[in-house]
Structure formats: structure tokens, C-alpha cells
Write a protein that binds this ligand. Structure first.
Ligand SMILES: *[C@@H]1O[C@H](CO)[C@@H](O)[C@H](O)[C@H]1NC(C)=O
Length: 146
């Protein structure tokens, strides 16, 4: 059963390269030890990925202030990463383009840094609006972490 599921996930992954499956993302986040970090569960992260990018790793979005948001968590170029297009604090010391690719570790480290800040996951406005104070455990339905 698991082999079959993995195969299906893999086939889906190749046909829509920019999308990551919900449970696949849960596994990646679990392996990177984001589960429970600063009190946020995997369901919080999955809800965040959904409302920010609809699980699209390649998503790039321009903001009204001229900055850009990158990747599955829509990490902002004004504060967190450098896209060499406009002024950036580059607090994560990473290239934004790397955050919009499936090179998972750079963006996970950046996400960890953001969530560890004073605002926590509230740094993401969409999380505050659509995920905070809501029942979220259904995001993990059917996901097996091992
Ligand atoms: C993902 O985002 C990229 C860049 O914004 C876009 O070109 C692509 O069509 C999106 N993929 C899907 C499956 O929506």
C-alpha cells in the first residue's frame, strides 16, 4: 500500500513539478523538526502552505511595495531573503530564488527563523487570518510520517 502511494505521489510530483503533496510536505517538515517548534504543529504549517501558495513550491508573487514573496511559504524579499531586485534586510542570508525551488533545506531554515521571531507564525498575515484559532488537525488526515 505504501509503495503504491509513494508511486502515485511520485507520478503526481513529476507531472506538476511545482506542487508538493500535503502529506509529502508533512513528512519533510517532520524530518526537519518543525513539528512543535515554538508551539506550532504540522497542521499549522500545512494550513500556512495552503493559504500562502496552495502547495506551489515555485510560487512568486509581487507585492504593492515592490518586494516579492517566494515559495511555498511566500517568504518576503524585503525582510528575509535577497532577490537582488530591491533593498533587502536578508535576515535569512539566502537567495530568494532558492526558496522557490524544491531545495528544501534553505527555505526550511528560513521558515524556522521567521517562526522563532517575536510574532511567531503571525508573521504570515494569511496564517493569522485563515489558520489561527481554528481547528486544524484535519490537515494531517491520512498522512503517515514514517
Ligand atoms: C506555481 O507558481 C508558478 C509561479 O508563480 C506558476 O507559474 C505555476 O503555474 C504555478 N503552478 C501551479 C500548478 O499552479
Amino acid at each position: 500500500m505504501w509503495v503504491l502511494l509513494s508511486l502515485v505521489t511520485c507520478l503526481l510530483a513529476t507531472s506538476k513539478a511545482s506542487l508538493i503533496g500535503r502529506c509529502e510536505l508533512a513528512k519533510v517538515l517532520h524530518q526537519a523538526e518543525l513539528d512543535g517548534l515554538e508551539g506550532y504543529s504540522l497542521s499549522d504549517w500545512l494550513c500556512l502552505a495552503f493559504v500562502e501558495s496552495n502547495f506551489n513550491i515555485s510560487k512568486v508573487n509581487e507585492n504593492v511595495d515592490g518586494s516579492f514573496d517566494y515559495g511555498i511559504f511566500q517568504i518576503n524579499s524585503h525582510y528575509w531573503c535577497n532577490d537582488y531586485k530591491s533593498h533587502s534586510e536578508n535576515l535569512c542570508h539566502v537567495d530568494c530564488q532558492g526558496l522557490a525551488k524544491p531545495s528544501i533545506s534553505a527555505f526550511l531554515n528560513c521558515a524556522k527563523m521567521i517562526v522563532s521571531g517575536s510574532e511567531g507564525m503571525k508573521s504570515w498575515v494569511a496564517w493569522r487570518l485563515y489558520c489561527s484559532d481554528r481547528p486544524l488537525s484535519y490537515w494531517m488526515t491520512g498522512c503517515h510520517l514514517e
